[in-house]
Write a new protein. Structure first.
Length: 193
C-alpha cells in the first residue's frame, strides 16, 4: 500500500516534469495489466521486451508469468524511473535499459522478441518518434510472437493495422481511464477474449 502510494507520487512527478512523454497521471491498474498480459503467451516466451516500463506495474506481472531462464528487457527513457526498476527487481532474468524505445534493435543484437509489451503514450509522442517506434515494432516481434499495446484511446489502431496482419482489440474498464488493449501479430489469430 505504501509502495503503491509512493509509486503514484513518483509517476505524478514524472508526468509533471514531462507530460507528453509520460502521457498519464496514474500508473496502469493491476487489473488492466493482467487483461493486457493475458493477450500474449508469456509463460511460453523466451525473450520479452517491455517499452515504457514506468514504475514497474507491468514489469512485476511479466516476471511473475515468465519461466526460469527467460529474459525480460525493460526499456524506460526516464533515468529516475529506470533506476527505481533496477533497484527494485533483483531478478537475473531482468535487464533494465534506460534508453528510448526506438533504440530497441541495438539492445536486441539481432534477436527477435516472443512478446513486446508496449505502454508508450503514442498519441502524445512527437509524430516522427512515434512513426520510428511503430515501424520498428513488427521487426522486433518474431514470426510467431506478439506485441501487446495499451493506450487510452483507439487512435493508434489504424497505424497498428498498417504494420501487422492481425490486430485484436479489447477494452479494460477497470482502469482510469478505461484502457484500449491491442494484440498485434504476424499471423491471423482468433478474436480477443
Ligand atoms: C503511460 S506511462 C506507462 C508506465 C507503466 N508501464 C504503466 O503502465 O503504468 C509511459 C511510460 O513510457 C515512458 N516513455 C515515454 N517515451 C519513451 C521512449 N521513447 N522510450 C522509452 N520509454 C518511454 C515514460 O517515461 C513513461 O514511464
Amino acid at each position: 500500500m505504501i509502495q503503491q502510494l509512493s509509486d503514484r507520487l513518483r509517476f505524478l512527478q514524472a508526468f509533471v516534469a514531462h507530460p507528453r512523454q509520460v502521457g498519464a497521471v496514474l500508473p496502469t491498474s493491476r487489473r488492466a495489466v493482467r487483461d493486457m498480459l493475458d493477450l500474449a503467451d508469456l509463460p511460453g516466451a523466451g525473450l520479452v521486451v517491455e517499452l515504457g516500463a514506468g514504475t514497474g506495474v507491468q514489469t512485476e506481472e511479466i516476471l511473475a508469468r515468465l519461466k526460469p531462464g527467460a529474459r525480460l528487457i525493460s526499456m524506460e527513457i526516464d533515468p529516475r524511473l529506470a533506476r527505481l526498476l533496477a533497484e527494485r527487481y533483483d531478478d537475473p532474468r531482468l535487464q533494465v535499459v534506460c534508453d528510448s524505445a526506438e533504440k530497441l534493435p541495438e539492445h536486441l543484437h539481432g534477436a527477435t522478441a516472443d512478446v513486446v509489451v508496449c505502454a508508450l503514450p503514442f498519441t502524445s509522442l512527437p509524430p516522427t518518434l512515434r512513426r520510428r517506434i511503430l515501424d520498428m515494432l513488427p521487426l522486433a516481434v518474431g514470426r510467431r510472437g506478439a506485441a501487446v499495446v495499451i493506450q487510452y484511446s483507439p487512435l493508434i489502431e489504424p497505424e497498428l493495422r498498417k504494420r501487422f496482419p492481425s490486430v485484436r482489440r479489447r477494452l479494460s474498464v477497470m482502469n482510469v481511464p478505461p484502457a484500449f488493449l491491442f494484440a498485434c501479430s504476424h499471423e491471423e489469430q482468433g478474436p480477443a477474449r
